[in-house]
Ligand binder design. Structure first.
Ligand SMILES: C[S@@+](CC[C@H](N)C(=O)[O-])C[C@H]1O[C@@H](n2cnc3c(N)ncnc32)[C@H](O)[C@@H]1O
Length: 295
């Protein structure tokens, strides 16, 4: 219940209407300026999330703002960005199909603006960690800022690192998350960081990237390799005109998932039986036509 009351340093999702909404940090004695008046944080502190606050001066402005607790999807859409970010529905599939959850240890590259990093950081709390790398100083700065703003610094490290060539010194991590232009080039390297049965996901906007990544995953003996795309439709609901919204985002990206498995040849069923060879079902090994076990 205490968590439902707004405190200094909390992030709030301030909503004026469908288009005007902000993710802001509550600072004692300070205020947030909008063109519809000023929201004083002291008016917000101590109120439950979900409350209403009015902009000042009340007489000339007095607009109604809703104060909600931010959802992971809000971090993504309203985070200041310099790179293409991951959309919430794609992040949802990534969480489901990688199994990233409380306690998971994850390597991510590149961090970009840190939108996906913040979502992942939210889910690995309280004892997991995201090690996120990028090669661009600008991305590192932006992502660090966004992680700080989201209050996730204890669960996320943002460092310079080239995932294709650098030895990042990790082992036994639960998941690898790649969102970078040439993910196929990183597959061989990142495999060594991943635990057996661990998951890898690569997010790519173009199908050419998916093909190259899938081939690299096969060459590196990954298993359960599957690619998905999600299409989300939002609905406009009106009393006599309910239908999907006319404009929609037609494409975000493809997500290729894979699992690391023990890379071992089958000594028994390495090849198909030839004619006249037979397979002893309960004893497993192939035998040739003379009954000898094939090595
Ligand atoms: C599309 S952005 C990632 C967006 C991010 N997922 C987000 O939600 O904001 C791709 C990033 O990959 C980084 N990158 C490219 N090659 C890399 C490499 N070899 N190692 C690490 N990062 C790399 C780029 O600098 C860029 O910031």
């Amino acid at each position: 219940m205490e968590d439902d009351l707004i405190k200094p340093n909390d992030l709030i999702y301030l909503i004026l209407d469908t288009r005007r909404r902000w993710l802001v940090k509550v600072e004692e004695g300070r205020e947030f300026q909008t063109h519809k008046g000023t929201v004083k944080f002291d008016d917000v502190i101590g109120k439950p999330f979900g409350s209403v606050v009015f902009s000042q001066p009340y007489e000339s402005q007095g607009y109604k703002f809703y104060v909600l607790k931010p959802l992971p999807s809000d971090y993504v859409i309203y985070m200041s960005r310099k790179t293409q970010i991951i959309y919430p529905e794609d992040a949802g599939l990534i969480l489901m199909y990688t199994g990233i959850s409380p306690g998971s240890v994850v390597i991510e590259a590149g961090c970009g603006s840190g939108a996906l990093t913040c979502i992942l950081g939210t889910y690995v709390r309280p004892n997991g960690h995201i090690f996120s790398y990028d090669v661009r100083k600008q991305s590192l700065r932006k992502a660090k800022n966004n992680v700080l703003k989201a209050g996730l610094s204890d669960f996320v490290s943002i460092e310079y690192g080239d995932i294709v060539i650098d030895d990042l010194g990790h082992e036994n991590v639960d998941s690898i998350v790649l969102d970078m232009p040439q993910p196929w080039m990183a597959i061989e390297k990142v495999k060594q960081y991943l635990k057996l049965s661990g998951t890898l996901v690569s997010f790519s906007p173009a199908i050419e990237q998916v093909k190259k990544t899938t081939l690299a995953l096969r060459e590196n003996a990954f298993y359960e390799i599957n690619t998905y795309e999600l299409i989300k439709r939002k609905f406009q609901v009106k009393s006599n005109a309910t239908h999907p919204e006319v404009r929609m985002i037609g494409h975000t990206g493809y997500m290729t998932f894979a699992r690391k498995i023990q890379d071992m040849k089958n000594p028994y069923r390495e090849r198909k039986p030839k004619q006249k060879e037979y397979v002893k079902l309960n004893g497993m090994p192939f035998r040739d036509e003379n009954g000898s076990i094939i090595k």
